[in-house]
Every structure is written in C-alpha cells, then in structure tokens.
Design a binder for this molecule. Structure first.
Ligand SMILES: *Cc1c(COP(=O)(O)O)cnc(C)c1O
Length: 469
C-alpha cells in the first residue's frame, strides 16, 4: 500500500471509532437521566470558562476534540430529555428518532430537493403523508419540514398573506406591501408570543393586530371573534387560532371559529405546536374537532412527538399558495436540477434531512403508539394535578391536556419555590404569569415519564413548598 491509501484507511477506522465513541457518550447520558439531578451541575460562568480560551492556531486530532467537548459540556447538560423534566413544553427523544437523526448527520444529505437528496425527500413525503393521516388533516395538504413552530407559524402566515392579497387582486411577491390592501390579523388574547414575531416578520405591524377575548382557560370567545370579524370593514383577514395554550393546554373551539372566519372570507392559521397531537388520540380528538377545516397549521415534532431538535411542520391546505409564497428559482434549478423540493415549502434553502427522524418516530410508535403517548402524558398531568391538590395546593387551570398550573398564594413565594425545586434536582419545571398571578407550570410531554416519576416529583415539590412557605 502506498502512503496515501494507508492514511485514508486509518482515517476510516478512526472515523468509525470516533462515531462509536460519540454514540457511547450519548447513550451513557441517556442511561444516566433517570438517576441524575435534572438540573445541570455547572453554572454558566464555569461552562464559559470550560469552552472559552483563545482560538487555537494548530489543528487538534478529532478524538481529542471530542474528549474536550465532552469534558466541557457534560457538567452543563440539562436533563431535559429525561423523565422528570416538566419545564417549558419540551419532549424527549424516541430511540429510533435519535438514531435516525444521528444517521441524518452522518449521511449529511441536503434536503433542498430530490435531485440533491432523493432519500431525504422521499422520507419527508412518506412521513408527511402519515402525519396528515394521524392528525386528520386533508391528504392534499402540503407539508414543509421546518425548524420549529416559530418557523411553521411564519410559513403559515406568509402563505396566508399571499392568498388573501391574491384574492384582493394584489401580487405581494412582486409588489411587496407598499400600497397593498391593508391586511388585518386577528389573534386570541392568549396566543403564543411566536405569533407576534411571525406577524412582524411578514411585514405587518402590531397596529394591524386585533385581539379577541378568551375564556378563563385561555380559549377564544367565539362571540367576540364574530364581533371583531363583523367590524373588519371588508379588509382581508387572517385569523390565528390555537390548539394547546402554552400555559393551560386550552384549545380554541376550532370548528365554530373556522366556519365563522370562512363566512367572512378570512384565512385560518392554527398554531398547534403541541396541541395538534390531540387529533392523533381517539380520547382527546374532541378538543380539536374541526381542525381539518383550517387553511394552515403549525405543529412541532420536537415537542410531543419526541423527535430531536429542530423539527416541525408547516402545513397548508393550498400547496400552490404555499409554494408561490415560499419557493424560489435559479438557473441551476432547471433541467436535471429541477424537481419539486422540500425547500419550496420552507424558509430554508439548504436543509438537514429532518424527515428521517420523523419517519423513524412515526414508524417506531405507529398510530396506536402516538395515541398512547398523548393519552399517557395527559393522564400523568391529571395525576400531577391530583397530587398537588391532595397536598393542599391550588390547581388553577382546567387540566384538559398535558399542562398543569399550580398556585402557592404569593407571587414571590411561588418564584422562590420554583427556584428551590430547580436547585433540588429531583425534577425541573418553571414559573409563568397567568391572569396576573405567578404560577408553577408543569408540562408532561416525555415518553419516558412514569407514574413513579410524577409521584416522586409531587413529593419533592410538596416538601420544598412547605419548607419555603
Ligand atoms: C412551543 C410553541 C411555539 C414555538 O415553537 P418552537 O418549536 O419553539 O419554535 C409556538 N406556539 C406554541 C403554542 C408553542 O407551544
């Protein structure tokens, strides 16, 4: 063997050892999750020092880089993929989805289009079809594989903007918004904050946003929506509804609100980042009845489906409007380079092949497994609520889905209790403000969580809350 092929042979066996070692670190981290404190061990300043220092001038062998990364990062890892993480609304990751995503990185396929990544695009198409079936959305809908519900809300609203302005005789892709008919965006009082950012990103200022009242659990008041739509003065309107309020889990009365909006000629976008998954459960589907009537939907895979970050869907009922709003063309995209691509439905051009992990998650769980995951998390949220009530604390929301809000009376004390629970490390959750009060917010979204995890967490929270109060 000459020296060159000798080296390339060594490089290959080194790469194999390197990837095996990386996978072993990931597996060891996951194995440690049930037993370790959920919070990170090191604080941010320690981690900054561990990662910091001058830019090295000389190369470092890859195995040394990996060892240094693990040494720097491990003390700072949050146990968020573990069974007792109830903060924000984040899921863990299913084994097949995690492994598939590692392959997506290793295969390094650019899912821009099918000329570049035929397997990546085929996986997205298959996963997208399964997803529409599971969520009871129209089979003809277009599915863009995006980074998160923030991106999905933006893509949904860009498509909405295209459609309502086209109906008013205005080509927004060519002419922009200067001089365009004024669009009115209607949102619920308790929409997710990403809706406001998406509204800003599509060039519509917050002055054009009209807010609809919500009930005590955060679902929109359909009578107030009717009043708002009736006062629209014929302006093109986009109505943003919600499936799954980020504090309470509340879902809007979709059927009534969508019918009403359509009667007024408006476009309905549903932010269902996690709540849309209720449609996959026979026991919870009633919460999102009428979901299939909407015009666009945002849904996360990296939350309740338990797929690794970053993964979500921007779905629309009008593939032509979706592509007209989002796609671009270039001379190199003609002839052999020309195919319909995943990138036509997203704001990204080059993209990781996210479809592999989604396909793997849906294949691992199957229809019954997804329903089971949703129903188990909801049952565990109820168990959490029962446990907190039994300990003498107030559950503030109607626990309709996987979210629980707990009140401890006093705002400052609530923040103290939440901070002490985070330090304790048995579980991890956060605080929120809801209807003028500071509350503890619990989200059950992980496939690993068991009744024993909930009971242990309730016991820890109770012990800590009593000592603070
Ligand atoms: C989490 C969430 C979002 C934002 O999703 P990302 O995946 O973080 O971009 C939007 N809307 C709702 C209702 C959410 O729960």
């Amino acid at each position: 063997m000459n020296q060159r092929s000798d080296e390339s042979h060594r490089d290959r066996s080194d790469l194999r050892a390197l990837l095996v070692r990386a996978a072993e670190h990931a597996a060891a981290f996951h194995a440690s999750l049930p037993g370790r404190p959920v919070r990170p061990q090191a604080d941010l300043d320690t981690l900054r020092k561990a990662f910091g220092g001058p830019l090295p001038s000389d190369p470092t062998p890859p195995d040394e880089v990996l060892a240094a990364l693990v040494a720097a990062a491990e003390p700072g890892l949050m146990g968020s993929p573990g069974p007792r993480f109830f903060g924000f609304v984040v899921g863990g990751t299913l084994p097949a989805a995690m492994a598939a995503d590692m392959l997506a990185v290793g295969w390094d396929q650019n899912a821009f289009n099918a000329a570049l990544a035929p397997a990546g695009i085929a996986a997205e198409e298959a996963a997208g079809a399964w997803l529409k079936e599971l969520l009871t959305l129209p089979a003809s809908a277009s599915v863009g594989f995006v980074t998160g519900a923030q991106a999905a809300n933006t893509v949904g609203l860009v498509t909405a903007r295209h459609h309502v302005l086209a109906q008013a005789g205005w080509d927004v892709e060519r002419r922009g918004l200067g001089g365009a008919p004024e669009i009115r965006v209607v949102v619920g009082e308790e929409r997710h904050a990403t809706i406001d950012r998406s509204v800003r990103l599509i060039g519509i200022g917050t002055d054009a946003v009209t807010t609809v009242r919500t009930d005590r659990n955060g679902a929109i008041d359909v009578a107030d929506l009717e009043r708002v739509l009736a006062s629209g003065g014929g302006r093109p309107s986009i109505v943003c509804l919600q499936a799954g309020n980020v504090n309470t889990g509340a879902c809007d009365d979709l059927r009534a609100a969508i019918r009403l909006t359509h009667r007024h000629g408006g476009w309905v976008h549903v932010d269902g980042a996690f709540g849309l998954w209720a449609a996959a459960s026979p026991a919870k589907r009633h919460l999102v009845a009428g979901i299939e009537l909407a015009d666009s939907w945002a849904c996360d895979a990296h939350k309740w489906l338990n797929v690794p970050y970053d993964s979500a869907f921007a779905i629309t009922s009008r593939p032509d409007a979706h592509a007209a709003a989002m796609s671009y063309s270039a001379p190199y995209l003609t002839g052999a380079g020309a195919t319909v691509g995943g990138a036509d439905y997203t704001a990204e051009s080059s993209r990781r092949s996210r479809g592999f992990a989604v396909w793997a998650a849906l294949r691992e769980l199957g229809r019954d497994g997804v329903a089971g995951l949703v129903e188990r998390c909801c049952a565990l949220a109820e168990r959490f609520a029962d446990g907190m009530r039994a300990a003498g604390f107030e559950v503030v929301n109607d626990v309709v889905l996987n979210q629980v809000l707990v009140g401890f009376g006093d705002d400052t004390r609530t923040d103290e209790i939440v901070a002490a629970v985070q330090r304790d490390g048995t579980c991890w959750l956060g605080a929120t403000s809801w209807r003028g009060r500071r509350l503890m917010r619990i989200s059950v979204s992980n496939h690993l969580t068991t009744e024993a995890d909930v009971d242990r967490s309730v016991a820890a929270i109770t012990r800590i809350a009593r000592s603070v109060l």
